[in-house]
Design a protein around this ligand. Structure first.
Ligand code: SPV
Ligand code: MG
Length: 290
């Protein structure tokens, strides 16, 4: 079964699909190893790994090449975060087949203006495009995909922009009507109440996607009980785990003036060599090196 079909079937099954953020192929391999259903090709994480803000500063090419590198080392579906689609519907029509060819099984596109500002920052600049314009961008994404199992997710930023539930529902329905396979509804409230109100009011069959970063109290079991959510995305836990782990180890080495105490606490060099795909290289060597 193709990765696209795996994701499409998961979305149609009614069971909750889990996707973990990754900013490089190694993080994606670790997410697969841990048992996540798919990878979230996060713009926030990739921006952070370049130490720049998540505000369309990195080019489409930089993100696309990372998606290609990630897709080539995992066997689970990759959901690519294409931010606002890098322009208007014409840009989206060009971009979607590029992501499909790079091995992504889905794109998520948000209804903000280009260049965007990151969603979870307090007082970020959150401007939305007209509903009709974004419907055109979603329709362009659907028309441009080559495989009908490639999933197009429309992301509603109305709650992030403080426009309220009625506007969020109105936009979600308009994007579903334009052909979106799922609707991502995002919130930066510190409790799940705002999202739970949206989910309760959501009147359509089109599944929802949640990113519970700001309201971590909501577990997968809680989300499953809502019966309207197809995908949960863990948006930035790979980069935050990496930052926390590196900071701690770097400080310990400085404090102790060496690596003696820290060494046994770290994954072994052998572990890293295995993650590099050493076994398959050795197989190639023994077959072809003459
Ligand atoms: C990302 O991970 O890039 C996202 C999710 O889009 S968030 O950062 O919460 O907007
Ligand atoms: Mg993003």
């Amino acid at each position: 079964m193709t990765k696209n079909k795996t994701l499409r079937n998961a979305l149609e099954s009614g069971k909750l699909f889990t996707a973990m953020a990754a900013h490089n192929p190694l993080a994606a391999k670790l997410a697969e190893e841990a048992g996540f259903g798919g990878i979230w090709g996060s713009g926030f994480e990739l921006s952070a790994s370049y130490a720049v803000p998540d505000a369309n500063i990195l080019s489409m090419g930089t993100h696309l090449e990372m998606m290609r590198a990630i897709a080539s080392v995992v066997s689970i579906p990759l959901i690519a975060d294409i931010d606002t689609g890098f322009g208007n519907a014409v840009n989206v029509h060009y971009v979607v087949p590029q992501y499909e060819a790079a091995g992504a099984s889905a794109i998520v596109m948000e209804d903000k203006t280009f260049p965007k500002d990151t969603s979870l920052r307090t007082d970020g600049r959150q401007e939305l495009v007209r509903t009709e314009e974004f419907q055109g961008k979603i329709a362009a994404a659907c028309a441009a995909r080559r495989d009908s199992d490639f999933v197009v997710v429309a992301r509603v930023e109305a709650l992030i922009a403080g426009l309220g539930q009625a506007e969020a529902i109105r936009r979600g329905l308009a994007y579903a009507e334009a052909g979106a396979d799922a609707i991502l509804i995002h919130s930066k409230q510190k409790t799940p109440d705002e999202i739970l109100d949206f989910v309760t009011a959501w009147p359509a069959k089109v599944p929802l996607v949640l990113v519970p970063t700001a309201y971590p109290q909501l577990s997968e079991a809680d989300i499953e009980r809502l019966r309207k959510v197809g995908i949960v995305i863990y948006g930035n836990h790979a980069i935050r785990a990496a930052v926390g782990a590196m900071r701690k180890v770097f400080r310990q080495i400085r404090a102790e003036g060496g690596i003696r105490a820290v060494d046994p606490l770290l994954p072994s060099v052998k572990d890293i060599i295995e993650l590099q795909g050493d076994a398959s290289m050795r197989a190639v060597e023994s077959n072809f090196l003459r």
